[in-house]
Ligand binder design. Structure first.
Ligand code: PGA
Length: 251
């Protein structure tokens, strides 16, 4: 994997498989070090297509090498409003299908923001409280949206934003359309961790794959820091890793 400088930031550029291996190495080292001390690791996890091969690599290590997730406490970034957990497109369902069902994480240690809640403000505050109670997030995985969102922090999300109910951007709905069998089926709202919540994670890793992310990655890494491109706030995080495949990195 090679390192390239983009603005003030360093990108790690390689083949998709290599990126997944390197990131799985990070997680494995953390899990083993904490397990040796009898302690938990708090992971912040993401959905979308980008992390899927990374989750496959974690599952492979669990199956073939015995890597244990018994000391994992996890918090997902976001969830669509109104679908309910059982809906196959809910992020709850996606996480079980793509990772949790295949490793030995304890079901009670897994959190995803609620898809249905009586009061989204209360549910959001409870989510923040649960993260704090777990001791904060050790290792946060992120993808990046076509307009620079992280989680569902769309354009305009302030740096101090916390977990809250948000309206999805038009582009987000259009991008999700095919997997919902049409844009009209995509939820219009979600609950997401805030930019401020994400920035408090002790380690943040952003993965981007494909030419469609090239321009937004460049803006996030070297453009002005601000709510216009929420991922740009990561420039000021002291321990961020930008992991790009060759297509995403050819500026
Ligand atoms: P993707 O989504 O991984 O499906 O490209 C990333 C995101 O919207 O954060």
């Amino acid at each position: 994997m090679k390192k390239i400088q983009i603005g003030s930031q360093t990108a790690h550029v390689g083949e998709g498989e290599e990126i997944c291996r390197v990131l799985a190495d990070e997680v494995e080292a953390l899990l083993k070090a904490r397990a040796a001390e009898g302690k938990m690791v708090v992971l912040g996890l993401a959905t979308g297509s980008t992390p899927l091969p990374f989750y496959e690599e974690l599952i492979r290590r669990h199956r073939e090498e015995g890597l244990s997730f018994a000391n994992v406490r996890s918090f997902n970034l976001d969830e669509y409003e109104g679908l309910g957990r059982e809906h196959e497109r809910s992020y709850w369902a996606e996480m079980w299908k793509n990772l949790f069902d295949h490793v030995d994480v304890k079901p009670e240690n897994v959190s995803v923001p609620p898809s249905i809640s009586e009061d989204a403000d209360v549910a959001s505050a409870e989510y923040e409280a649960a993260i704090a109670e777990a001791g904060g997030i050790d290792w946060q995985l992120l993808g990046i949206g076509g307009e620079g969102h992280i989680g569902f922090n769309e354009k305009g999300s302030p740096v101090e934003s916390r977990t809250r109910r948000v309206t999805l951007a038009r582009k987000t709905i259009v991008d999700a359309g095919p997997s919902f069998g049409g844009e009209e089926n995509v939820p219009t709202h979600a609950i997401t961790m805030g930019v401020g919540t994400i920035l408090e994670a002790r380690r943040v890793v952003l993965m981007a794959r494909g030419a469609s992310k090239r321009e937004v990655v460049r803006r996030a890494m070297s453009g002005e820091v601000g709510p216009e491109v929420p991922a740009s706030f990561l420039q000021n995080h002291g321990n961020v890793g930008w992991f790009l495949d060759h297509d995403a990195a050819e500026f």
